[in-house]
Design a protein around this ligand. Structure first.
Ligand SMILES: *Cc1c(COP(=O)(O)O)cnc(C)c1O
Length: 445
């Protein structure tokens, strides 16, 4: 493949954009390819190279790159009528009604412009509602570029993970390892009365893909309820991807107090949202006292794209298609891994997938999960499969990033560029794409 155009574009970009990009993860070494356009389940770069795309914009593109007619025309109509007003529009109400109808824990919702803004506002809301300052997040959990959750360290011994954030932010943030029930009990025993909320992704989607062990979310639900704290599910990735229109919370049968959304809910345009029980969400201004506001919030073009995308998904068996292909892909990968690298772990559910380059595994694969790790206690791999972020980080992350990713790209498969970011199947992918992808994995692993 030839990358001359991308190379010279990156050269120009480096002069005017820090690191040559507008979001850190895009700065693939030595230089990223520049996207020219999408084509269904494929992406075409500035040099005309075509890849099967499993990054899917890092999650927002449930339908792939070719928006169905009803989405395209809604977007174009809204854009041409004047993109935004600063006055409310009907389409905001319609998208809110759609979410409230399909996600049982959501009685009211506030739309914002990014997942980051959603988690920032959710944390402020939880603090305002409970009158408490501390929040609990998962070690290496990702909730966007926000001061309160950009922390490193364990338990109460946390510090900011980026310069520019005063230590005093981290003082109010406690971390626990995902899937560790003892740790969460200990933290609540020590600080229960000061904890405003526990915030977690239902499935870690930004640090490998890590499935919850049985009973973990029920424990979080119980312990927060017992102490008058809130449970926040960050469904920015899993919302309207895992568990279909009911989101991951319906798949796991757990009811959070607050849910943050983003990515898919805007149909490919910038979006975020905070939903939950009316009594809590109504604490946002102007109904309540917790300040929240935004010039672009509920943007009509975004609202139309999100609404028509979700309506299309509801009417056209989109989840059947992407989940079936996801399962085919994961079970194909499991067979390949059994042959070529039995220590590795195939992770993911619904339309999410990733191979975790775990270092240790059983000698033989028996009674293992057939299409993605489910953390089944009776599985022969259970002792080995990553349970939290640090287990994922203990894998062969350098091999993943420096050798494996490149070997896949050279075969025309675009994966997210490190061990940690999830990968996604979309509506436009075909069985042929899956077969071609499995062949590439066979070569590259
Ligand atoms: C992507 C993501 C965010 C941040 O969303 P942005 O739109 O990038 O600000 C927050 N939480 C989770 C779980 C995410 O995956």
């Amino acid at each position: 493949m030839n990358y001359e155009q991308s190379r010279s574009l990156y050269d120009r970009a480096l002069s005017v954009l820090p690191g040559g990009v507008n979001s850190s993860v895009r700065a693939i070494q030595p230089y990223p390819f520049f996207a020219e356009k999408g084509d269904g389940g494929h992406i075409i770069d500035a040099d005309g190279n075509k890849y099967i795309d499993f990054a899917m914009g890092y999650g927002p593109l449930l339908l792939g790159h070719d928006l169905p007619e009803q989405v395209q025309s809604a977007v174009q109509k809204r854009a041409s009528e004047g993109p935004m007003y600063g006055a409310p529009t009907e389409v905001e109400v319609e998208l809110a009604e759609f979410v409230v109808r399909h996600v049982p824990s959501v009685e009211m919702i506030r739309f914002v412009n990014s997942g980051t803004e959603a988690t920032v506002s959710a944390v402020r809301l939880a603090r305002g509602y409970t009158g408490r300052d501390k929040i609990v997040v998962m070690e290496s959990g990702y909730h966007g570029a926000q001061e309160s959750t950009l922390v490193e360290g364990e338990g109460s011994e946390t510090q900011p993970s980026s310069p520019g954030i005063p230590d005093s932010f981290a003082e109010h943030t406690i971390t626990v390892p995902f899937n560790d029930e003892e740790a969460i009990h200990d933290v609540f025993e020590a600080h229960g009365d000061d904890i405003a909320a526990v915030m977690t992704e239902p499935i870690l989607g930004n640090y490998g893909i890590v499935h919850p062990v049985e009973g973990y979310h029920e424990t979080l639900r119980e312990v927060t309820e017992d102490h008058g704290s809130l449970l926040i599910f960050d469904e920015v990735i899993t919302g309207f991807r895992v568990g279909g229109l009911g989101c991951a919370q319906s798949k796991f049968g757990v009811t959070p107090d607050i849910t943050t959304f983003g990515k898919i809910i805007g149909g490919g345009f910038p979006v975020g949202a905070i939903g939950g029980r009316a009594e809590i969400i109504e604490e946002f201004t102007p109904a309540g006292e917790v300040f929240q506001s935004g010039t672009f919030s509920g943007h009509p073009v975004t609202m139309a794209a999100g609404l028509e995308t979700l309506r299309y998904a509801a009417k056209n068996d989109v989840y059947d298609h992407v989940n079936t292909l996801g399962e085919q892909l994961r079970s194909g990968l499991t067979d390949i891994v059994a042959d070529q690298a039995p220590e590795y772990t195939v992770a993911g559910t619904d339309s999410m997938f990733k191979i975790l380059f775990t270092r240790d595994g059983p000698d033989e694969m028996t009674d293992h999960c057939e299409s993605g790790c489910r953390q089944r206690a009776e599985c022969s791999r259970y002792e080995y499969c990553p349970k939290d972020g640090s287990d994922v980080a203990d894998g062969q992350t350098e091999r993943w990033e420096r050798l494996f990713w490149e070997a896949m790209k050279e075969q025309g498969i675009f994966l997210t560029p490190n061990q940690y970011e999830s990968q996604f199947v979309c509506e436009a992918h075909t069985e042929e794409d899956i077969e071609q992808t499995l062949e590439a994995y066979k070569e590259a692993l």
